[in-house]
Design a protein around this ligand. Structure first.
Ligand SMILES: Cc1cc2nc3c(=O)[nH]c(=O)nc-3n(C[C@H](O)[C@H](O)[C@H](O)COP(=O)(O)OP(=O)(O)OC[C@H]3O[C@@H](n4cnc5c(N)ncnc54)[C@H](O)[C@@H]3O)c2cc1C
Length: 391
């Protein structure tokens, strides 16, 4: 099924207003399914609206396997494993893996990828301005003609591409007066609400995980013991409560790349899934409690972890927004659900990266095919913008 979806991830969604184009898109998709055999289309139609938890309960017995697969299907979203449509998230994740080379960690850490991208931009004659806030877009005679920085400096350009979330791009930087009333509601309802926290720990030694073979220390480790635990943590998050036993992904990037920590020491990067976007009274009074729960849960798997810790930091969705500008600290700049994909992402009139303002294009995770460090939304958007220009 992922093989059917994968080609769509690198394609511009079809133009709904052009019946011929839409017909061609449907015909192509049906052909792809037919080529895979008669039962594939039937499976796809059955699985698409299904909850991943229900599907895994049918297919598997091992609580650990079901927990791991459902963790991946729901990570970065606000829905639990029994929410309808979450099976599709599993397909989407696998399709993304097929499109690229799977999840990988660049030598030197993720910062090395940013450095490589920056070097490519500079080598092509581009200029990067860091810590430079755009306060609004310049709009003249109904066209986007550039940007205005918060310093007041104006930069004019024939094309403006925005990787900032669609709701901020359109409602704050372009201005709601350029957006149709119906679309204002669509974009407001697509507002980003992150439900993952990041915890980074510095350790004075390599932690020993009970039962984990030493060669697996560099692998992606998941703590998601069962569907029930995932369901519980997601319900707690929806009620604004911290999880009692957090579910999480762990990576020890310093195992593969020792340059990331002093000799003998290690860093561990933790994504805590299913945490509330907002906490009563604000996050400040709850940050420490989340860290404590994470360390306690980890201690059940790696008993020495608390002793080995020499420093740590926690980034709640609010911190991620403040520190990195990722709107709402949301993985996808707006939830990735079956009803917010392809022609509906981020909103029906905006799904082909084009906005109602000629010259202004969307190109970030809020657009098809969603978030993750894939480069796909930017790549497809750039193709569309170069082809169409500012008409
Ligand atoms: C906790 C967490 C863990 C994650 N882990 C992974 C992972 O392991 N693997 C993976 O593939 N993905 C991961 N993601 C998802 C990934 O980070 C996002 O999907 C990705 O960053 C989206 O990229 P983008 O360029 O579309 O948008 P963004 O990363 O949001 O980039 C938009 C940029 O615009 C800037 N900006 C915002 N407003 C303005 C303004 N007014 N003026 C100027 N600049 C502005 C921001 O600072 C930001 O740099 C994770 C996300 C979270 C929250």
């Amino acid at each position: 099924l992922a093989g059917l979806v994968a080609p769509l991830l690198g394609e511009r969604p079809p133009e709904l207003a052009d019946p011929d184009a839409f017909r061609r898109f449907l015909r192509r998709s049906v052909w792809r399914a037919m080529l895979k055999g008669g039962s594939t289309m039937q499976s796809l139609l059955r699985v698409l609206p299904e909850a991943i938890g229900d599907r895994l309960d049918v297919e598997f017995e091992s609580p650990l396997l079901k927990g791991a697969l459902a963790f991946d299907a729901t990570l970065g979203g606000a829905e639990g494993p029994y929410a309808p449509g979450t099976s599709f998230r599993a397909i989407l994740r696998e399709a993304t893996r097929l499109q690229g080379q799977g999840a990988c960690l660049p030598a030197g850490g993720m910062g090395a990828l940013a450095d490589a991208l920056a070097a490519a931009i500079v080598a092509s004659g581009g200029e990067i301005r860091l810590d430079t806030e755009v306060s609004r877009f310049l709009v003249e005679e109904g066209k986007a003609t550039g940007i205005v920085l918060s310093s007041g400096v104006e930069i004019r350009a024939p094309l403006v591409l925005s990787a900032i979330s669609p709701s901020v791009t359109m409602l704050e930087l372009a201005g709601a007066r350029h957006v149709e009333t119906g679309d204002i509601h669509e974009l407001r309802n697509f507002s980003p609400r992150g439900t993952a926290a990041k915890i980074n720990l510095a350790l004075d030694r390599l932690p020993q995980f009970t039962g984990l073979a030493p060669e697996l220390h560099g692998a992606r480790l998941l703590i998601a013991p069962s569907l029930a635990e995932l369901d519980e943590t997601s319900l707690a998050a929806q009620n604004g409560d911290l999880p009692l036993e957090p579910v999480m992904e762990l990576l020890l990037p310093s195992v593969a790349d020792p340059s990331l920590a002093p000799e003998g020491q290690h860093v561990i990067s933790i994504i805590v899934h299913n945490i509330p976007h907002e906490m009563e009274g604000g996050w400040e009074t709850h940050r420490e409690a989340l860290v404590q729960r994470v360390i306690r849960t980890l201690g059940g798997y790696a008993p020495e972890i608390a002793d080995a810790m020499i420093a740590g930091e926690i980034l709640t969705p609010h911190d991620i927004e403040r520190k990195y500008g990722l709107a709402g600290g949301d993985w996808h700049q707006g939830d990735i659900r079956l009803d917010r994909l392809l022609v509906s992402r981020p909103a029906p009139g905006y799904s082909r990266y084009r906005t109602p303002l000629p010259g202004l294009w969307l190109c970030g995770a809020g657009s098809h095919p969603g978030g993750g460090v894939t480069g796909l939304p930017g790549w497809v958007a750039a193709g569309a913008a170069l082809e169409r220009g500012n008409t």
